[in-house]
Design a protein around this ligand. Structure first.
Ligand SMILES: [Fe+2]
Length: 322
């Protein structure tokens, strides 16, 4: 069963617990998300001028298209305004900025009709982020920059939240990947030869969940959730923003979703910045993750807090009216 919470009025501690159990959370755009979307649109539209970015793919040779993305994406990702607006988003959606760490927001594009599905616009096969050295407590935040359709967004494959998948994560090491593959993304135009953790068995893509939200509608999900790019047949390029968060108590307490099948090594935790002041996580809480996931028997999926009591419910109500 997959619970989907829409505009939930819930404390972040409760929300994280439900996300670790496989729920999805959807939120309507907040002021900071609207500003983030507006900022992204401004950069995208400038980069593709005089074309409409959603159809520019039909006007430009793919090499030129890649060149534009190769400049646009890092500019957005590393711009101080992007970080500032992610921070605002987290505040507006009830995260404690002293405890919540995020990594820089990515700008992604998914072109239609297989125009470009590799390298800098990689079309993601079904995967869990935890196969890519994400900790079990990682949460992913995903939002479209322009309205999407059912045919150009993101798909979830919820049956695998509780089901082991034979996969290639044992060959993945985050540091190695950073050294060799990431920087070359823009070179992979026709085919992507980078080694990525993939399922090593047939995946039943259905039943799948496709969340169709208007621009700025954000979906939050566990990094252990199996998800993929929907093959884009919409006739329009999809632009989206995503970023990840972790909560300090869950990193240090090794809480999160149960890790069924990830065997990668290394950790992406050194990328995360504290929302309040952009400080990094202390090395002593990060280093234990270099070994990869804890063996399955020892994996932890303990509630961060006890099940809801009257006091908790009152706190949720206070959060809702804050
Ligand atoms: Fe992912």
């Amino acid at each position: 069963m997959t619970n989907i919470f829409v505009d939930a009025r819930m404390q972040d501690d409760h929300r994280r617990q439900k996300l670790y159990e496989g729920a999805l959370f959807l939120y309507s755009p907040t002021p900071s998300i609207n500003a983030l979307v507006a900022f992204a649109r401004e950069l995208i539209e400038e980069a593709f001028h005089p074309y409409d970015p959603r159809t520019a793919q039909f006007e430009l040779p793919v090499e030129r298209y890649v060149e534009i993305l190769a400049k646009l994406k890092p500019f957005f990702i590393h711009h101080p305004r992007s970080k500032e607006l992610v921070k605002g988003t987290l505040r507006e959606l009830g995260c404690d900025l002293e405890q919540t760490y995020f990594d820089v927001p990515r700008l992604r594009s998914s072109t239609s009709n297989d125009y470009l599905t590799t390298g800098i616009a990689f079309a993601f096969h079904p995967h869990r982020d935890t196969w890519y050295s994400a900790p079990p407590c990682q949460l992913n935040w995903w939002l479209p920059v322009y309205d999407i359709t059912a045919d150009n967004g993101l798909a979830f494959h919820p049956r695998y939240f509780d089901e082991v998948i034979r996969n290639g994560s044992r060959n993945y090491n985050y540091d190695e990947w950073n050294r060799t593959s990431r920087a070359t993304a823009a070179q992979h135009i026709k085919a992507d030869t980078r080694v990525q953790p993939k399922p090593e068995q047939e995946i039943a893509l259905d039943p799948q969940i496709r969340v169709v939200a208007p621009s700025g509608g954000v979906t939050i999900f566990s990094g252990a959730q199996l998800h993929s790019s929907v093959p884009n047949t919409s006739g329009l390029t999809r632009f989206s923003i995503d970023f990840r968060t972790v909560h300090f108590a869950d990193v240090s307490g090794r809480r999160g979703a149960v890790n069924l099948d990830s065997e990668c090594t290394g950790t992406n935790l050194r990328d995360f910045l504290r929302a309040s002041d952009l400080d990094r996580l202390p090395e002593e809480v990060v280093a234990p993750y270099d070994q990869g996931a804890v063996p399955r028997d020892h994996l932890i999926n303990q509630p961060t807090i006890v099940p809801q009591t009257t006091a908790d419910l009152a706190a949720d109500a206070a959060q809702a009216s804050a």
